[in-house]
Design a protein around this ligand. Structure first.
Ligand code: F0G
Length: 442
């Protein structure tokens, strides 16, 4: 049976050995440095109070300035803990855009997630410097509507992964902080790609060109009460994450839950060697030569695609190139998942694995109205994007040239691509495991 068909037209179900260039994610797929590997060899595997934990804690503190660092096995474990404690029915969490696992953890607690992305962020092909910003006016309005007492946290995702890897400006973080202070709502940062965001601030925001990425990161975190982090991104680790915060009472509650679900407070769900890799990676990512190369290589692929007329998110994001599938495949309606159709076409053409960030990932079904035929209607996502996430320190320029050639070939025969229908799905995070089939086959 052909690989795609066997995988139910879902790239998550394809075996990695059947993939030529893997751009599914930049999470946990980066190449660790020789220093990180050396650190791994020196990991202290003591159950409690290992030296690797203190190394990790000092590294987190140096960047975030937050006194309380709680290791977890990855980002979503940190999310599960904080939203279990702060969430629940009747609560609202407001963000620029929540990542899928973040939203899922909020909803799993019974609470609701609200995305308030700025207007510029909603138009993929129109460039603007900080398309990850939160709409501050909408934030005020939503707080008034829902009641500050029902909003346990505002969360800013940097860079805004689901919104195209676009950065958030320091000014926007400051403005959101001001509103949060006014209404006494804690502000948390989803910090997975904090260094890429800080570098964009250095490049694009007045007053920051002469500041180091560390200084900029310090300022970002100074406005926050806490953060969640997946160390699988900007910390170059293959596994790991953490929660960091200033409030000791909240930290004690988090640690109590951590012991039940992850492990003792000084290792979370990690081995000592993983803590070493994170401690070292967090500092390596501040290297501005590396960040220049990183941001420039994403821009290189984006510009090649723009030159060929391929509709992509502009300007280039921090960790990935995002193709606007709605424009790429205008003949496929959103309920036939144009993003996923493009994911399949790129795999079929060149063995490139990408991921849909659109209505397969974020679409919901409206509850059928009484008296209707009972058929569920898809409420589509805001955008239909296909993400090509570039693992850090892995691929060369020739790989990227190949990727652009494949995309351009597919673009030239885009009219031959057909939509997909879902044949199997789960109620939450369905994109990971769903099965689909081409419309033509149904
Ligand atoms: N927040 C953001 C912004 C993310 O991008 C991710 C993961 C998480 C939280 C969760 O972290 O995977 O360590 O549990 N993003 C990956 C991706 C999976 O492909 O973008 P995790």
């Amino acid at each position: 049976m052909p690989i795609l068909e066997k995988a139910g037209y879902n790239a998550f179900r394809i075996h990695a050995t059947d993939v030529l260039i893997d751009l599914l994610t930049d999470s946990g797929t980066s190449a660790m440095s020789s220093n990180q590997w050396a650190g791994i060899m020196q990991g202290d595997e003591s159950y409690a109070g290992s030296s690797s934990f203190f190394h990790f804690e000092a590294s987190v503190k140096k960047i975030t300035g937050m006194p309380l660092a709680i290791p977890t096995h990855q980002g979503r474990a940190a999310e599960k803990i904080i939203f279990t404690i702060l969430g629940g029915k009747g609560k609202y969490f407001i963000s620029n855009t929540l990542f899928d696992t973040t939203r899922a953890n909020i909803e799993f607690s019974g609470a609701e997630g609200i995305d308030l992305l700025c207007e510029e962020g909603k138009h993929p092909t129109i460039p603007a410097p900080f398309k990850g910003n939160m709409d501050v006016e909408a934030l005020r309005k939503t707080i008034k509507e829902k009641g500050a007492e029902n909003i346990p946290m505002v969360m800013i995702t940097i860079t805004n992964n689901s919104g195209g890897g676009q950065p958030v400006s320091m000014q926007n973080i400051k403005d959101v902080r001001k509103v949060c202070t006014e209404y006494k709502i804690p502000l948390f940062i989803d910090a997975c790609r904090f260094a890429e965001n800080a570098y964009f601030i250095k490049l694009r925001e007045a007053g920051y060109a002469q500041k180091s990425v560390l200084e900029i990161a310090n300022e970002i975190f100074a406005y926050a009460d806490g953060c969640t982090m997946s160390a699988k991104k900007d910390a170059f680790a293959n596994i790991g994450g953490f929660l960091a915060m200033r409030d000791l009472d909240l930290a004690i509650r988090c640690r109590n839950l951590l012991i039940i679900t992850e492990g003792f407070t000084t290792y979370g769900g990690l081995a000592g060697r993983d803590l070493e890799a994170i401690a070292i990676g967090l500092q390596e990512v501040l290297d501005e030569n590396y960040l220049q190369y990183r941001i420039r290589s994403i821009e290189y692929l984006t510009n090649k695609l723009i030159a060929a007329g391929v509709p992509v998110m502009q300007p280039a994001g921090g960790h990935a190139v995002y193709i606007d599938a709605k424009e790429f495949l205008p003949h496929i309606p959103v309920h036939q998942y144009p993003g996923q159709a493009l994911v399949c076409a790129l795999y079929l053409e060149g063995g490139i694995r990408t991921v849909e960030i659109g209505s397969l990932m974020f679409g919901k079904y409206a509850i059928p109205e009484e008296g209707s035929d009972g058929e569920r209607k898809l409420v589509p996502a805001q955008m239909e994007l296909v993400r090509l996430a570039i693992p850090r320190r892995v691929y060369t320029q020739s790989h990227i040239d190949y990727v652009s050639e494949v995309i351009i070939d597919v673009f030239q025969k885009r009219n031959e691509i057909s939509g997909l229908v879902i044949t199997e799905e789960t109620p939450m995070l369905r994109h990971f495991t769903a099965r689909l089939q081409p419309v033509t086959a149904s």
